[in-house]
Design a protein around this ligand. Structure first.
Ligand code: GH3
Ligand code: MG
Ligand code: MG
Ligand code: MG
Length: 313
């Protein structure tokens, strides 16, 4: 894959996006010990273009729930070892609260069961056998509401790109996609050069403007499957699915040059801004999230050390 710059060649993006993990595609987790039920639901939901992960074992299901932070949870009540209510309890007890719409499904369909489900935090209830048409319509509605909710908590206020929380939520999905397809992906950590000096010399408001411009400049010049996150302060992360470091290096080198050509004026003086970047490509399934970040960060450190305004892999 070669990177295509949107402004140069926007026509080819659609075909590139084929089979690429789409962060905009909702992720649904189904927990049910009935395998034929799992297959049926997975089939129907995937037809809608949604990603589906399934679990029969409640223990590993809870673990995966916290790793993946799905956009919707479908939870059977009667399960081996512990039942759906216990699973729900564990999820609700977690200190960090997630807004993940939860639909309980069960053969048991009396009023007491339904009330208990709602009281324990379920948003919806469907009796088995499930009416698929109604079910899909309901899941769709839950996903729409979830998307609106996400827009409030996952976008950085100042720069209007994704925030650190969304990065952390998403990274597991990139790893999942990598394990499925075995296609490497790259993580890049970017830090604006001498940013403190911009603040000190031209003021905090000018600093803010540079951050906004930088984020939007990057956003305009990466593909739609690439995602940019404000990691904190003047540090950003970009994730490039199905892309190795050589291509990312070429793109970012070009973007440093392009961004530095923007001329900022303040009173009598003018200045330009550069940034440095470190890249790490995940191509080994044994590498962990922490390791990948550490590697990208140490490359960034090298880029700074070697004089800034450059990219290191
Ligand atoms: P280097 O080239 O080594 O990266 O130097 P630097 O000056 O960019 O690095 P440093 O980490 O010392 O400075 C980062 C500064 O970014 C410090 C902090 O006050 C400023 N900063 C963090 N968040 C914001 C923000 O939201 N707005 C503005 N204007 N400044 C911010
Ligand atoms: Mg069951
Ligand atoms: Mg910094
Ligand atoms: Mg900096």
């Amino acid at each position: 894959i070669t990177l295509i710059y949107k402004h140069e060649n926007s026509g080819n993006l659609a075909s590139l996006n084929n089979k690429v993990l789409n962060l905009k595609a909702p992720l649904i987790q189904i927990i049910d010990d009935d395998v034929s039920m799992l297959i049926l639901l997975k089939d129907v939901l995937e037809t809608k273009g949604w990603m589906v992960i399934t679990n029969t074992n409640p223990e590993s299901a809870v673990k995966q729930y916290f790793e993946m932070k799905p956009d919707c949870l479908i939870l059977d009540i009667q399960l081996p070892q512990k039942d759906g209510f216990q699973v729900l309890q564990e999820i609700q007890n977690d200190s960090e609260k997630y807004f993940i719409p939860t639909i309980m499904i069960s053969i048991k369909n009396n009023k007491e069961t339904r009330i208990r489900a709602y009281q324990m935090g379920a948003d919806d209830f469907f009796k088995k056998p499930i009416d698929m048409e109604e079910f899909v319509a309901k899941v769709d509605r839950h996903l729409q509401r979830k998307k609106i909710f996400d827009q409030f908590v996952l976008i950085d206020e100042l720069t209007q790109v994704y925030n650190r929380k969304f990065l952390m939520d998403n990274l597991q999905r990139f790893f999942l996609d990598f394990k499925r397809t075995n296609e490497p992906f790259s993580i890049s950590i970017i830090d604006i050069d001498f940013f403190k000096k911009i603040n000190d010399t031209y003021g905090h408001l000018m600093g803010d403007q540079v951050l906004r411009d930088f984020a939007q400049y990057i956003k305009r010049n990466i593909r739609s499957m690439d995602t940019i996150y404000r990691y904190g302060g003047e540090e950003f992360v970009i994730v490039f699915p199905k892309t190795t470091s050589g291509d990312v290096n070429r793109l970012l080198t070009k973007l440093i040059k392009g961004f530095s050509q923007i001329e900022y004026t303040h009173k009598e003086s003018s200045f330009s801004v550069t940034f440095s970047a470190g890249i790490y490509t995940v191509k080994d399934e044994f590498v962990t999230l922490t390791e990948a970040f550490k590697e990208a960060d140490s490359s960034l450190y090298h880029a700074k050390h070697l004089g800034r305004s450059r990219v290191e892999c």
